[in-house]
Design a protein around this ligand. Structure first.
Ligand code: ARG
Length: 564
């Protein structure tokens, strides 16, 4: 940015146009053969009433080039700027030598709060792959916003209230027992829950019974509530095991039940604002003028619904956190739900309705089907994590049998691979869950990035050279080295772009770009047999790469083991 500003200033002095307008036209060519920055003159033709190539010549002849530019060249309508490589390399490497991986941080979000609602699984139902996506994306965004200086509030909006509990209580009373639930927690709860659905097909009166238990819960019946509480605790055991392995934490676990005592007032407010209408006994907000089906607020029996809880939660969050943005990370199939209740918030007259952001993601399909058949139709997240870790363990056993703490590394790599894969593409793309592919040490994978990091660590470990700014950075101005520096330099921008678009893949992909540039550098530049001065400069570069990769991996939610 600083560089573009300086070039814009020089151009503006030479051609008389405002600096901001000039800056907006400056390009960063993909191929650096055409310079590091380019200024196309096509748009100036009208104003100057001359052919663009003549304008380019004229501006270039008057231009006073900034110090960090070594050469200015006109090619047709373009003015190309070549950065002085040694200045460029020195600047970025010195910055990283000073700050380490924290060079990616910025303060753009200072004083602003971002609320992120992610993971949010439903109690008593298994944590499935969709929740994993929400968890991984949410956690990465949390870290990205934090890196940009925002205060983040991570909320796990647990699905801990609603019709499933009435069913579960019936199921538990009919086919469950305490020991089995305590032993197998979520597996047992989902077993009886599935059984309820099978049995209710044959005997619909079970549904009535379930409904009456839900009513009891709502009325504060002691037995109903203590069972409900127990089911919640049991589910949390499983969820917490998973979060621990994923390295994910939350600032709040205020789930749907948290809003039980807050909804009445909100429903009243919606009514007072004249938005509530009756439809087949239920209370709704008509959204026909906005081409959407109505938003359901109260069921005919007076019970609240998913949107009622979300509306109440948004109002509560605005009051509690005064957010700049409140982000909801869920599967694409909830698009309508969010569009509907965001509209209700707007109709209620809240001017912050545009600060609510739904961040949807595509579906996950289980490619090889192996994972899906093993446990019937329920794919348990823990089984998936386990099988990835097991596979990784055997790869390590093959590649590096002498590695210390193999189990720990297998966990870090096996779990990291899944998170990385999840964050490698634009969210909205459907992903095929393919363990084989995500665990490959070559290709664009978590293990590849972690392996590159470990390699950088090992290069540094092997040399007895102090790493500091007293290196001669002229010695790392070959194309491969400069290219690594370019990637390092671009990294902080990727965080900003990722936050702006709520797309962690922009960071993930750039980690790979750094790794690839580094691996090319490493093939082309020998380190151990180079002279002392060159070795020192190259090691400084290796160190900076190592810091950048580690920071990147940590931000998207992966560990960076130093050996693997
Ligand atoms: N519990 C929901 C589910 O599993 C996701 C909740 C998302 N967050 C929200 N505030 N609606 O599908």
């Amino acid at each position: 940015m600083k560089n573009i500003n300086e070039i814009a200033l020089a151009l503006s002095n030479a051609c008389g146009l405002p600096k901001e307008d000039v800056a907006a036209l400056i390009e960063v060519p993909a191929d650096t053969k055409n310079g590091d920055y380019a200024f196309p003159c096509f748009r100036l033709a009208k104003q100057f009433r001359k052919a663009p190539n003549i304008i380019a010549e004229e501006i270039a002849s008057k231009l006073e080039k900034p110090d960090f530019i070594s050469k200015v060249e006109t090619v047709g309508a373009y003015i190309n700027f070549y950065a002085d490589k040694s200045i460029f390399v020195k600047e970025i490497l010195e910055e990283i030598l000073d700050k380490g991986g924290d060079y990616v941080l910025s303060n753009q979000g200072e004083g602003k709060t971002v609320v992120l609602d992610y993971s949010s699984p439903n109690i008593a139902k298994p944590f499935h792959i969709g929740h994993l996506r929400s968890t991984a994306i949410g956690n990465a965004l949390y870290n990205i916003y934090t890196a940009l200086g925002y205060k983040c509030v991570g909320i796990n909006h647990l699905g801990d209230w609603g019709t499933q509990f009435g069913k579960l209580i019936v199921a538990y009373k009919m086919w469950g027992n305490k020991e089995a639930v305590e032993k197998d927690d979520i597996k047992e709860l989902s077993r009886i829950y599935v059984k309820f659905h099978e049995e209710a097909e044959k005997d619909p009166s079970l549904n009535d019974e379930a409904r009456s238990w839900l009513v009891k819960m709502q009325e504060g019946d002691e037995e109903a509530l203590s069972l409900w509480k127990w089911f919640c605790d049991i589910s949390m055991l499983e969820f917490n095991r998973i979060y621990k392995r994923l390295g994910v934490t939350f600032d709040s676990y205020a789930g749907e039940s948290f809003y039980n005592d807050k909804m009445q007032a909100v429903v009243e407010e919606i009514r007072e604002k004249g938005l509530l209408t009756e439809s087949k006994g239920a209370q709704i907000v008509d959204l026909e003028p906005y081409n959407m089906p109505p938003c359901l607020i109260l069921r005919s029996d007076g019970g609240t619904l998913y949107p009622t809880r979300d509306i109440s939660a948004a109002i509560y969050r605005k009051e509690t956190y005064d957010f700049e943005k409140c982000i909801y990370i869920t599967a694409l199939d909830q698009n309508l739900h969010f569009a509907q209740w965001f509209k209700v918030i707007e109709l209620m007259g809240y001017d912050w309705s545009d600060k609510l952001v739904h961040v949807p993601f595509g579906l996950v399909s289980l490619g090889d089907g192996k994972l899906s058949t093993r446990k019937g139709h329920v794919v348990l997240m823990e089984d998936i994590l386990n099988s990835s870790v097991e596979k990784t363990r055997s790869i390590i056993e093959n590649k590096n049998p002498d590695l210390e703490n193999k189990d720990q590394v297998a966990e870090q790599v096996g779990i990291g691979a899944i998170i990385f894969d999840d964050l490698y593409n634009s969210r909205i793309k459907n992903v095929v869950f393919d363990l084989e592919k995500m665990l490959s040490f070559e290709g664009e994978t978590g293990p590849y990035a972690q392996y590159t990091y470990a390699r950088a660590c090992s290069i540094i470990r092997k040399q007895d050279v102090s790493i500091d700014k007293n290196a001669d950075f002229n010695l790392v101005t070959d194309e491969a080295s400069v290219n690594v520096c370019r990637k390092l330099k671009e990294f902080p921008e990727k965080f900003k772009e990722a936050a702006q678009k709520n797309e962690p893949y922009l960071v993930t992909r750039h980690i790979i770009a750094i790794c690839q540039a580094f691996n090319k550098f490493y093939t082309e530049n020998n380190i151990s047999s180079s002279d002392e001065a060159t070795k020192k400069a190259r090691l400084a570069l290796v160190y900076c790469v190592k810091e950048a990769i580690k920071k990147g991996l940590n931000v998207i939610g992966l560990q960076a083991p130093e050996q693997m």
